[in-house]
Design a protein around this ligand. Structure first.
Ligand code: ATP
Ligand code: MG
Length: 400
């Protein structure tokens, strides 16, 4: 006896009609991509259900991969057997043994095929009794069992499932459009990217790099972060923008107190132009209110002036400790804390204005023309595609 498939439950009841079809086909193709390393595994969809057919593959590594795919609520291993009492008993016993931690269980039978000679209630008793007399340390609890052993009789066969495994939740990546993530080497922006992906958004990333002030290793760190993110969805295209000239010009020609604000405005302008070129409709940052000088309400207001693309800020209302917790769970924390310098720390003024105004920023910027520098930075950008979708990802547990 062996599990032969995994039952996928997505249960986003609110998704109807056309959206539902899009949701299902994305989920199916994301699962297929994620499970590529198991050549015999197939993903099939029948009516309201999705199945991963194991075809002899070791079940647990496949389950682990499925648990990393957004859009799944819960999953269960399942066994298909003939509609015979004996086979159902054996399958039930096998399935319950996958949950050695369970102290209580109940059996719930459903009979779509009415030709089976035993009624649902009777079948519950027969199977429950068989499990009780062939296991130790587990009792029946019909109200709040640790495991619900489900027996379904339909389409001429019997399907048995036991334990529910938690899925990653969220929506399948690719069902909510695309966002351009401003990815630094810090702790916050990868978490912002992750949370955005969880809502079904595909990511491209943009990184501002200032050689020789920032090293190749600092750039590699950002690519590694993008690689980690790609494991939760689809490949992540990273646009590396040469930012040295603009930073030097700001440093030379703008008042020190405003250099940080103006640098961020330049980042937004470049990001918006790149997003337009790539057909991306929103930006995404790791900004969190009150964290540093550039993230006061006044700063956000002044920085935001230069773009009218929506800026998704999933961390805006999160505490640093909560952000760190997520970054540990998703495996980006250990990369983020590597000590390579970032373009902002090098040019950071001693006392950046915490309450900049739009008027002053516009006034200072009107003295110097940056449009040529912006166009050059975009023209000279380099694209690196990161795709580590297949790689093992042990840290991934139940996420948020
Ligand atoms: P992070 O941990 O994400 O670096 P932070 O708390 O250090 O965030 P800031 O340095 O003020 O905050 O940056 C705010 C946001 O601006 C970042 O979350 C990121 O989205 C973006 N950002 C900062 N530096 C860069 C960079 N070099 N390239 C791309 N985006 C950047
Ligand atoms: Mg930073």
């Amino acid at each position: 006896m062996e599990f032969d498939h995994i039952l996928i439950r997505y249960g986003e009841m609110f998704i109807k009609g056309k959206n539902r079809r899009k949701f299902e086909s994305k989920l199916q193709s994301n699962l297929i991509k994620k499970l590529k390393e198991f050549p015999s595994v197939r993903v099939s969809k029948k009516r309201e259900r999705m199945y991963v057919l194991l075809n002899g593959t070791d079940p647990h590594p496949v389950m682990k991969k499925c648990q990393q795919v957004f859009g799944i609520h819960t999953l269960s291993f399942a066994i298909k057997v003939n509609k015979s009492e004996e086979e159902i008993k054996q399958a039930a016993l096998y399935a319950i043994n996958d949950a050695p931690e369970a102290r209580t269980f109940k059996v719930s039978s459903k009979r779509a095929d009415k030709d089976f000679p035993i009624g649902s209630q009777d079948l519950n008793h027969i199977i429950g009794g068989y499990v009780l007399s062939n296991t130790e340390g587990i009792t029946v609890d019909v109200h709040n069992p640790d495991v619900e052993l489900k027996v379904e009789l339909r389409n001429g066969a019997a399907y048995i499932t036991a334990k529910d495994y938690p899925g990653a939740g969220g929506l399948p990546v690719g069902t909510s459009g695309k966002s351009l993530l401003l990815l630094s080497g810090g702790i916050d922006s990868p978490v912002a990217g992750f949370l955005t992906m969880k809502r079904g958004v595909e990511l491209e990333a943009i990184h501002f790099h200032s050689p020789p002030y920032t090293s190749e290793r600092a750039k590699q760190k950002v690519l590694d972060l993008a690689g980690e993110l790609s494991k939760y969805g689809t490949k992540v295209k990273v646009h590396i923008i040469p930012f040295t000239n603009i930073q030097q010009k700001i440093h030379r020609e703008m008042p020190e107190g405003y250099s940080m604000t103006i640098m961020r405005r330049m980042m937004m302008r470049i990001s918006e132009q790149l997003a337009d070129r790539e057909g991306i409709l929103s930006l995404n940052t790791g900004e969190s209110l009150g964290q540093v000088a550039s993230q006061t309400m006044e700063s956000m207001n002044t920085i935001n002036e230069v773009t009218n693309l929506p800026i998704l800020r999933p961390l805006a209302a999160m505490d640093k400790l909560e952000i760190i917790e997520v970054s540990r769970k998703i495996g980006t924390y250990n990369i983020s804390v590597l000590p390579y310098e970032d373009c902002c720390t090098i040019f950071v003024p001693k006392a950046p204005k915490t309450k900049p105004t739009r008027e002053k920023a516009n006034f200072y910027e009107s003295k110097v023309d940056f449009s040529q520098d912006i166009a050059e930075a975009i023209n000279q950008s380099v694209v690196v595609e990161m795709d580590r979708n297949q790689t093992e990802k042990d840290e991934f547990d139940e996420l948020l």
